[in-house]
Design a protein around this ligand. Structure first.
Ligand code: ATP
Ligand code: MG
Length: 346
């Protein structure tokens, strides 16, 4: 009997704070669906986070657990899948170094996501500049078939496919060419209406925000600047509240009615904001409850991290050995005795 091997997913997040609604609709929602069909490696990319937080390691340390808590609270299953701490699997860094040798610098220079992120930083570190290439190694080390991400990540997946092809051409076929899978809302805007909800822009609703905080944040959202009185006709386009309702309000027919009424000046901003904060709070309630459970059961969070990282290290070592064999390094004939002696001394 031929067993159909489960396909592999590698995806991840940087431990730079708690996760927000953008992470949910852009990525997590897909992860939750896909985790049954695929073997998933969910990477907590702490080395990658150092690229812009090297002087705030405490933040990264704390966020490793926060990200794991958020993942557990949205319903990711750490037993059937793998929560992986990047720095505990040094093979990621090793493969990153090796692949950097066949990565054209021009491809990094042209990466549109990296370019726009670099504009937000004062002194870009070499490590940050290199992060799209290091992400290539993360994906290829797991031999991932699919990478579910938000649309800002698409250039990095394209780079990954390119490098996989190039490696396979030069050294022999080892890596699959992974496909990107973008979430239902490819890029959720911020509560301030900026193009992306992002921790660094301070425009987030966090998955762990309590009810009253969600209400406050929704009340501050922009609606329609041309509307002065509740009875004025309102605009839907560019209206932050309606963009969030589009993303989170389940009953699309009813939402269309709200839109029509709003356009005719039949519902106030205060009322439509109440609809949104109720919707978000209803959506977040079960997530908050599961988070509270895991916050009071820290041993389960640790267990998830230990087991997932251990399983992933085994796979990582297998791949890195294959890579080195393919590249024909680490086994120079006349040096083999030297290597054996070094290994024995260790
Ligand atoms: P932040 O900008 O808040 O620091 P981040 O982009 O650094 O977040 P990452 O860990 O890089 O967070 O991203 C994790 C995943 O979440 C990626 O797949 C990314 O595309 C997705 N994501 C992050 N923010 C959003 C958003 N506002 N809308 C859709 N997807 C998002
Ligand atoms: Mg990012």
């Amino acid at each position: 009997m031929i067993m159909n091997k489960k396909k592999i997913i590698l995806t991840g997040m940087r431990p730079t704070g708690r996760l927000h609604l953008g992470h949910y609709v852009g990525a997590l929602e897909n992860w939750i669906k896909l985790q049954k069909e695929y073997t998933c490696y969910f990477l907590i990319a702490d080395y990658q986070a150092l690229g812009d937080y090297a002087e705030d390691v405490a933040r990264i340390r704390d966020s490793v657990i926060e990200v794991a808590l958020d993942w557990l609270s949205v319903g990711l299953d750490p037993e059937k899948n793998n929560f992986v701490i990047q720095s505990y699997v040094p093979e990621y860094a090793e493969l990153s170094m090796l692949l950097s040798m066949i990565t054209p610098k021009g491809m990094i220079d042209r990466n549109p996501t990296l370019k726009s992120e670099m504009l937000l930083q004062k002194d870009v570190s070499l490590g940050f500049y290199n992060y799209p290439a290091s992400q290539v190694a993360d994906i290829l080390l797991s031999k991932a078939d699919v990478v579910p991400v938000g649309d800002d990540q698409l250039p990095h997946i394209e780079l990954t496919r390119e490098i996989a092809r190039k490696f396979n051409r030069i050294y022999g076929k080892i890596f699959p060419e992974p496909e990107a899978l973008v979430g239902r809302v490819p890029r959720l805007i911020g509560i301030d209406g900026k193009a992306k909800m992002s921790k660094s822009l301070g425009n987030c609703i966090y998955l762990s925000d309590p009810e009253d905080v969600v209400i406050k944040k929704v009340n501050k959202m922009y609606t329609d600047p041309t509307r002065i009185r509740a009875t004025d006709p309102g605009h839907i386009e560019g209206n932050v509240v309606f963009m969030y309702l589009d993303a989170f309000y389940q009953d699309k027919e009813k939402l269309q009615i709200f839109k029509n009424v709003y356009k005719n000046g039949g519902i106030s901003d205060v009322e439509i904001k109440k609809v949104l904060s109720d919707t978000l709070n209803k959506f977040l309630q079960p997530i908050r409850e599961r988070r509270a459970f895991y916050e009071s059961h820290p041993a389960e969070v640790k267990k998830a991290l230990i087991e997932g990282t251990t399983r992933s290290r085994i796979l990582a070592q297998k791949t890195i050995t294959e890579v080195k064999n393919a590249m024909n390094i680490s086994k120079y004939e006349d040096l083999s005795n030297i290597k054996k002696a070094i290994e024995k001394n260790n």
